[in-house]
Design a protein around this ligand. Structure first.
Ligand SMILES: [Zn+2]
Length: 323
């Protein structure tokens, strides 16, 4: 496996460029697929100078001319480590950017430069965070990513030629509402974005802009991928892997365990989502990590309510009770 910043051929016609990111995930994997009419780039990475440098040297190494060799840029979901460099690469190459239809709308909302953090602060406080922590965690929000000018909407079930194969767009909500993966049935490949990772579990959270029940939708979309006959998974972070069905089983089990941990964390009394998050996540989380812990907790509590294992108590500050 190549070091971060380097590119390597992973199968015939598919290269993996490991782009650095300025946070603990270490790298985002961008996939470069050579086709008859140019290259397809899947997830162009996080926008900061070290990643742009890795792009320049990586592209040169595989013989991809960034000025005229890119046919299209595909973005699996709106998170900044995936969509961040899409605008830069669009400007650099002239290639259009493809995303799932609903994700384009969400990206325009989430990355709207006029959107402040007030709504997010209210959301955090309403879920039990104290005002001071809410302000400092909201203060770590990235604002106003420059979106590409040409965003071409994809729909679930669409197919297109990718390198020597053909891929089908599969909507896989959960980590993001309109996240999608690309399935190459003949070559038995799955370009998985952040839907399935091998060493870590993707964050499934309820945010101000997420549709209800992300965990339920995530687990359903995982089960839909089971039995697809995939032999090789290309994830957005961490190593490539082979056993798709086995990893799906592990991820489902992980969330079942987290659901029972949260259910027991109530200890017979009502609690706010933030109180539950503090009980079930590590003590040493940074302000930036606290928001992910809270969003993940909310997704699980909502799921417990759907299963009649918890009850939501409305108020200025929301509470939950295990039943
Ligand atoms: Zn993501």
């Amino acid at each position: 496996m190549q070091p971060i910043g380097e590119v390597e051929r992973v199968v015939e016609g598919v290269y993996q460029l490991k782009l650095p990111v300025p946070f603990p995930l270490k790298f985002i994997a961008s996939y470069l697929v050579e086709g008859r009419d140019g290259w397809t780039v899947i997830d162009p990475g996080f926008d900061y100078p070290p990643a742009r440098e890795a792009w320049e040297s990586g592209a040169a190494k595989v013989g991809l001319d960034l000025d005229c060799g890119v046919e299209r840029i595909v973005v699996t979901h709106l998170h900044p480590d995936h969509i961040g460099l899409a605008r830069w690469l669009e400007e650099r190459s002239g290639a259009p950017v493809w995303m799932l239809e609903g994700e384009i709308e969400n990206a325009r909302h989430v990355w709207d430069p006029a959107r402040g953090t007030e709504g997010f602060v209210r959301f955090l406080i309403r879920n039990g965070m104290n005002a001071e922590t809410a302000k400092s965690t909201a203060g770590t929000t990235r604002l106003g990513i420059r979106l590409p000018e040409r965003l071409i909407p994809l729909r679930p079930g669409d197919t297109f030629e990718l390198g020597d194969g053909e891929v089908r767009v599969v909507h896989t909500p959960g980590h993001s509402d309109f996240h999608f993966v690309l399935h190459d049935e003949r070559r038995r490949f799955l370009f998985a974005g952040d839907h399935l990772l091998l060493k870590i579990t993707p964050n499934i959270g309820r945010w101000t802009y997420t549709a209800p029940r992300p965990l339920e939708r995530y687990l359903a979309s995982l089960r839909e991928l089971q039995g697809l006959g995939v032999d090789l998974v290309f994830p957005g972070h961490g190593p490539l892997f082979h056993d798709l069905d086995g990893r799906i089983d592990e991820l489902v089990l992980h969330h079942e365990e987290r659901l029972s941990v949260m259910h027991s964390a109530f200890d017979g009394k009502p609690a706010t989502p933030f109180e539950i998050a503090r009980r079930v996540f590590a003590d040493d989380l940074t302000d930036h990590q606290l928001r992910f812990a809270l969003a993940e907790t909310l997704a699980h509590l909502e799921y417990l309510v759907g299963e009649d294992r918890a009850e939501r108590l409305e108020g200025d500050v929301v509470g939950y009770r295990a039943v």
